[in-house]
Design a binder for this molecule. Sequence first.
Ligand SMILES: Nc1ncnc2c1ncn2[C@@H]1O[C@H](COP(=O)(O)OP(=O)(O)O)[C@@H](O)[C@H]1O
Ligand SMILES: [Mg+2]
Length: 367
Amino acid sequence: MADHTEHAEQDRDIVSPQADPDDRAAEGALRPRWLADFVGQERVREQLSLVLHSAQRRGRAPDHVLMSGPPGLGKTTLAMIIAAELGAPLRITSGPAIERSGDLAAVLSTLHEGEVLFLDEIHRMARPAEEMLYVAMEDYRVDVVVGKGPGATAIPLEIAPFTLVGATTRAGLLPAPLRDRFGFVAHMDFYRADELERIVRRSAELLGAKLDDDAAAEIAGRSRGTPRIANRLLRRVRDYAEVRADGRLTLATARAALELYEVDEQGLDRLDRAVLHALLRRFRGGPVGLSTLAVSVGEEPETVEVVAEPFLVRSGFVARTPRGRVATPEAWRHMGIEPPLDAAFGAAAALAEQPGATPPGPENGGP
Ligand SMILES: Nc1ncnc2c1ncn2[C@@H]1O[C@H](COP(=O)(O)OP(=O)(O)O)[C@@H](O)[C@H]1O
Ligand SMILES: [Mg+2]
């Protein structure tokens, strides 16, 4: 079983929204530097542009900004853009690096006026540091505790006005008093296919790769709404084109490369397809419990629930119902399997039990 899981995670790299070391090396060159180069997320971009430019006109540090959304959608990129647009230096740290309030005090007390402090994964910061952060955000002050026990005293220390940019994949985990101290909250959404296409074409240009328009559309369509995945697939297709073809990224090359990496037309990888296949073939479309489904593909229930299911649900192939997981008509169609008559009824009945349980599809943005 452990073997299987490890194997699945290796296979997984290709459509994982998390950055691997390879991505980190490649992403630097592909990051847009200015708001104007940042593709998509129109609302966020416009709101942010207002926040930044009005602050500049008043000659003051802008409101603190919180960015929330799934990995790979451009939070770190936006943090860097904020500093660039303000012409301000950027300091980067992350929640896990702040284990004690002293770690935060050390960062805050050395900030320069107007500096942008990027706190990635802010929901993972140590609890005692949170309170220190509230005060710093509101009053530009840090209370440094000197001494121990009953004799300990807090010495207020003034710090330079700064702008905090927080990023989180789990906005729900932030305590309300922390969330409330951000003047601007940007919710990042998955990207539309045409936006991903623009991102892929821009990246190809930066990489010096010749990319046909239909190949760009093909890569975009398999990228799960996520720029990081789009850029990764592009690099794989480029490698393939260089080694197996004449270097030009055509539709045929893109399809052949992505087939080799087992990323299908909808961005499903091998594990996703194995789960769908078992759900359709062995359980006639469900409903089936998560652990039964997991056993049948030789995975831990967690792997199926955390790694495969969210995207299957978001893309409208699987619905979660009180009686278990159920395949939607789109799943049968996508896998090219003819549904038995009673399977369609089973799915409809299970869905009917829970009004509002319509599977979120690409058209309504998913969960
Ligand atoms: N709107 C965008 N336009 C162009 N490229 C983007 C955009 N959003 C993200 N990217 C690219 O996707 C990759 C991942 O973005 P990143 O900011 O690191 O995501 P996050 O911090 O949300 O996980 C980067 O290489 C970046 O260049
Ligand atoms: Mg990031």
